[in-house]
Design a protein around this ligand. Structure first.
Ligand SMILES: Nc1ncnc2c1ncn2[C@@H]1O[C@H](COP(=O)(O)OP(=O)(O)O)[C@@H](O)[C@H]1O
Ligand SMILES: Nc1ccn([C@@H]2O[C@H](COP(=O)(O)O)[C@@H](O)[C@H]2O)c(=O)n1
Length: 202
């Protein structure tokens, strides 16, 4: 089994990189765990209170459950991956049955900040894009896909996202085995990762 951790700031292109890696692979060989699925359950809070959560701080993530699930997959066990709603700012009641595969990809902005989780990764990848590029992508994506408006995205960016990125995320680049520059689509970088995965699968 090969466990790959893929991190980088919001909008750097982590999800896109994962999709590109998945292109030529079958679901029999690979499973994806998204850190976003492991935002802590905040059902005890009102919607209004949930909008004020700092979602870019490591404390917003249920690392105990995320680490436990990656460990269980490593041991060949099937897990119930939570499903997260960016519209509700909360976990939904659904879960996705996720079985262990030869390759497990864990992706998310904060996954290298937790030493126990970090140590489970055989390969650590950091996807880099400049902050202006990430902000532009984030504005477009959050308005189109996550039910936000321009004010919400810009306020969150200024008040929490940018300082948290500087404090917690940027520095985790030092743990990376591979850094993929992703200001533009990086076919060469993706192909290198695909080659490593295919070697493992062959
Ligand atoms: N290299 C790229 N060039 C241009 N747009 C990109 C690139 N990579 C990703 N995007 C776009 O930017 C947005 C955010 O990408 P996404 O993969 O969701 O980032 P992340 O998962 O890191 O937050 C998406 O709309 C995606 O299509
Ligand atoms: N309810 C939430 C939860 C998280 N966010 C933002 O998502 C970003 C991480 O996801 P990416 O796919 O962009 O890596 C993070 O920056 C949080 O601010 C949110 O807006 N609402």
């Amino acid at each position: 089994m090969l466990i790959i951790g893929i991190t980088g700031g919001t909008g750097s292109g982590k999800t896109t990189v994962v999709k590109q890696i998945l292109n030529e692979l079958t679901e029999d060989d690979i499973c994806i765990i998204s850190q976003d699925s492991y935002y802590s359950d905040t059902s005890h809070l009102s919607y209004e209170e949930r909008t004020k959560i700092n979602f870019d701080h490591p404390q917003s993530i249920d690392f105990d459950l995320l680490t436990q699930h990656v460990q269980q997959l490593k041991e060949g066990k099937t897990i119930n991956q939570p499903v997260y709603s960016f519209v509700e700012h909360n976990r939904t009641k659904e879960t996705i049955l996720t079985s262990p595969k030869k390759v497990i990809i864990v992706e998310g902005i904060l996954i290298f900040t937790n030493p126990t989780l970090r140590n489970l990764f055989d390969i650590k990848i950091y996807v880099h894009a400049d902050s202006d590029e990430r902000l532009i992508r984030r504005v477009k994506r959050d308005i189109a896909e996550r039910g936000r408006d321009l004010d919400e995205v810009l306020n969150r960016y200024q008040n929490t996202l940018k300082p948290m990125h500087q404090q917690f995320i940027e520095s985790t680049k030092e743990y990376a085995d591979i850094i993929i520059p992703n200001n533009k689509f990086n076919t060469v970088g993706i192909n290198i990762v695909k080659t490593i995965i295919n070697e493992k699968l062959s």
